[in-house]
Design a protein around this ligand. Sequence first.
Ligand code: SF4
Length: 316
Amino acid sequence: MNQHHVFGPVPSRRLGFSLGLDIVPYKTCSFDCVYCQLGQTTNKTIQRREYVSKQVIISELKSYLTEDHDKVDYITFSGSGEPTLNSKIGEMVQEVKRMTDIPVAVLTNGSLLFKKRVRDELRRADLVLPSLDAVTQDVFVRVNRPHNGLRIENIIDGLKKFRKEFDNEIWLEVMLVKGVNDGVGEIEQMAGIINEINPDKIQLNTVVRPPCESFAMPVDANQMRKICKMFGKKAEIITPHARKAMKAYEKGVEKSILTLLERRPCTVEDISNVLGIHRNEVVKYLGVLVDDRRVVKKMHKNQTYFVVSKDEMRSM
Ligand code: SF4
């Protein structure tokens, strides 16, 4: 679909089919994570504003909901940066809850949860999925490259407070990057702190999507399993989205992407422009295609391009 701020539904490894609401402009974020799938942050900020108007979001969603669509498991505040930077997120969550019974999820890097106002604004959501990739300032800076006004101890404190105040589920994601935040000392400390935060789930992830920096490498499967044990019973490794559920999409969006890539290598931006699909939606599909080795990425002049793999070519 071509609407500007409502995209998908996209197959999400954590949320099934997720209809995304993109409420901040491209790469407006308090972090610049080395593993970001969207590229480097162009507006690193902690300033909250109504970057995208509530009215625009609600009217786009309204028109989406009046049409007939495939199943949506969650309406998810996410998008091209950090959604809690939008100062109207609380009002938007409330409005969406009034419009539909579809559960509302918020994906956040958790950086602003130390602000009481932000915690209050997220309280009406059905599910909040914050991330925490480090517990020491040094590793925090290396993996998330945060705005210089942010301290990891404040973020951890905000997460603990939010846990006490929020009645619904919190699924905490930890993104592990080889050689950056997977050291035993950091992991042990992180496991202790996350235990104190007490989320409902701890979801371990590693770099499987095309990352922003080519040095951001995945942690291998064995190591992931070892780390998972250190986090205890609530921890799980996020597995690729069920292929069965992707079937409907292979015929549509996925096929269009493959057909385009068969003709020429493209960046995420190229695919988004040519097919009129939201950039985040393109990233999700490419993630699955790369996981399946049907598409491979190639670096050229500091840009990431995607091409159809040789195996896929043979089967096309
Ligand atoms: S991964 Fe999320 S938090 Fe990190 S830079 Fe990208 S949009 Fe921001």
